[in-house]
Ligand binder design. Structure first.
Ligand SMILES: Cc1ncc(C[n+]2csc(CCOP(=O)(O)OP(=O)(O)O)c2C)c(N)n1
Ligand SMILES: [Mg+2]
Length: 511
């Protein structure tokens, strides 16, 4: 739970956790399983308390909901001793009113300043963060970009605030979960408007490279985020939605008065990069190269697909190659990246969205971390498709340790005497998944991936349980990443022709 709280805290997700506690008069007596959870959870929550008076319980909850929703959202933990839970109090539900959440708003004057700065720049960009999703303001973000004709770079947490095939979506930026064209475009820009984002270091790399030669405007709901990573030229404390409302008003007036700068040439340059600076995906080898998996996923899964992912080479490659078209269709614990998150998160997403195609993507180690949760998916009939890319390695750590001459305990490979057909890939995931009451398919050849994914979709419908598609990967494939956004290692070939690259995005970018 603490790992989950950290993840929610880091990614600005409101969650209320309730823990049971020993009775008050036994707290100091090393009672059975009594732990000072308030102290343990404090650094990973917005508010955390052991409630020591029954009469405080409704107020503790009132405060908890207020804190969770106010400003930058985040998790809260309330710890309730057993006798506090069982206490009887006077409380009039009819006269109860929740506390209003605090949401700062940009002023008209601030919005005018932003539009003026954007207008007087030559190569402006908008960096759209998870705060835009939290504010349910993706449509406004897109409308603003369209009125101003300014290209958008979504962050990893903001992925989906503008569709991948929108002509103004010009790629993601960063050290790992990024596109070559996104990084090149950021490096060519002269002004960046960040909104609902926090300049995470997996996005910026070193601040010097990221900021040199360009100006910054930073709009965020949390005052202490502005100036934390670097000092922007203009900082505004505002909810993303409130700020966008103000910005749209000013932008529409300026457009009507024909006062907006023409951005066609800059937008064309960004689109040219998006259509040409592509990594190769069409590999035909067996065992499968990971890039091919995402190419096939893009063919099979449509625009309404909601992806769930955690961390590892699989998550990094997924962000480089998959396509997301809508807000809340990329569910990722971007900051904490706790292995094992994917299965329970996918089940939660399924429980919250019964009508959606939900597709999780895990590496083998992430998958093994909380594999037992699949039984809950079978128990509660929560069907989704789980793509398991098995390289029999803690791949990201193997890649990060290349600088050492040892392959240091990051292999998951062994000869499984119960499954010799696995040829040294270790755990028989198909057998374990079936043992947990779910369904599983194993794929070895690239040309079988698409049909297996189609089959998995049908099986999820038919059996109403999670369906795992295990794809046996080449064990060692390095995925593009680097220490700075101008120094990304491209280990594999780039696309030789546009036909080699993910199709959907090319079609739209070249429009
Ligand atoms: C709980 C936890 N422990 C350790 C890590 C560090 N870590 C990040 S990725 C990774 C390896 C993941 O291996 P796998 O899931 O097989 O994915 P791959 O990189 O091979 O695609 C590790 C150990 C983490 N993120 N979370
Ligand atoms: Mg792995």
């Amino acid at each position: 739970m603490i790992t989950g709280l950290y993840s929610a805290h880091a990614d600005s997700i409101p969650i209320l956790c309730i823990t049971g506690q020993a009775p008050r008069d036994r707290l100091h007596k090393e009672d059975f399983q009594a732990v000072d959870i308030e102290s343990i959870a404090k650094p990973v929550t917005k508010y955390c308390a052991t409630v020591l008076e029954p009469a405080l319980v409704p107020r503790a909850f009132q405060h908890a909901f207020h804190v969770m929703r106010s400003g930058r959202p985040g998790p809260v933990l309330l710890d309730l001793p057993l006798d506090v839970q069982l206490g009887e109090i006077e409380f009039d539900l009819d006269s109860y009113e929740p506390l209003e959440a605090y949401k700062p708003s940009a002023s008209r004057k601030q919005a005018e300043q932003v539009i003026d700065m954007l207008n007087s720049s030559e190569r402006p960009l908008i960096v759209s963060g998870g705060g835009v999703i939290n504010a349910n303001a993706s449509e406004q973000l897109q409308e603003l970009a369209e009125i101003l004709n300014v290209p958008v770079i979504p962050t990893l947490m903001g992925w989906g605030t503008i569709a991948d095939d929108h002509p103004l979506m010009v790629g993601m930026v960063g050290l790992q979960t990024s596109h070559q064209y996104g990084n090149a475009t950021l490096l060519s820009s002269d002004l960046v408007l960040g909104i609902g984002n926090r300049w995470a270091n997996r996005h910026t790399g070193s601040v010097g490279v990221y900021t040199e030669g360009r100006k910054f405007i930073h709009i965020d709901i949390e005052p202490t985020q502005i100036g934390r990573v670097f000092c922007p030229d203009l900082g505004i404390v505002s909810d993303a939605g409130e700020a966008l409302t103000q910005l749209l008003e000013v932008a529409k007036e300026r457009k009507a008065a024909e006062q907006l700068a023409n951005r066609d040439k800059w937008v064309e340059e960004c689109q040219e990069r998006k259509a040409t600076m592509l990594r190769k995906t069409h590999y035909e080898e067996t065992p499968v190269k990971p890039m091919r998996v995402y190419e096939e996923m893009n063919k099979v899964f449509d625009r309404d697909t909601c992806y769930v992912s955690t961390i590892g080479l699989s998550q990094i490659a997924a962000a480089q190659f998959l396509h997301v078209y809508k807000p809340r269709h990329w569910i990722n614990c971007g900051q904490a990246g706790p292995l094992g998150w994917t299965v329970p998160a996918a089940l939660g997403v399924r429980a919250a969205n019964s009508d959606k195609q939900i597709v999780a993507i895990s590496g083998d180690y992430d998958f093994q971390f909380m594999i037992e949760e699949l039984a809950a998916g079978a128990q509660f009939n929560l069907p989704y498709v789980h793509v398991l890319v098995n390289n029999s390695y803690l791949g990201l750590i193997r890649q990060a340790q290349r600088q050492f001459d040892i392959d240091f305990c990051v292999q998951l490979a062994f000869e499984n005497q119960n499954a010799p057909e696995l040829e040294g890939y270790g755990v028989d995931h198909v057998a374990v998944v079936e043992g947990l009451g779910c369904k599983a398919l194993r794929v070895r050849n690239p040309e079988d991936i698409a049909s297996s994914l189609e089959r998995a979709k049908e099986m999820a419908q038919q059996y109403k349980v999670p369906v795992v598609v295990e794809i046996i990967l080449e064990k060692v494939t390095n995925i593009s990443m680097g220490v700075d956004i101008n120094a990304i290692n491209e280990f594999e070939a780039l696309a030789e022709s546009i036909a080699d690259a993910p199709t959907a995005i090319v079609a739209s970018a070249s429009k």
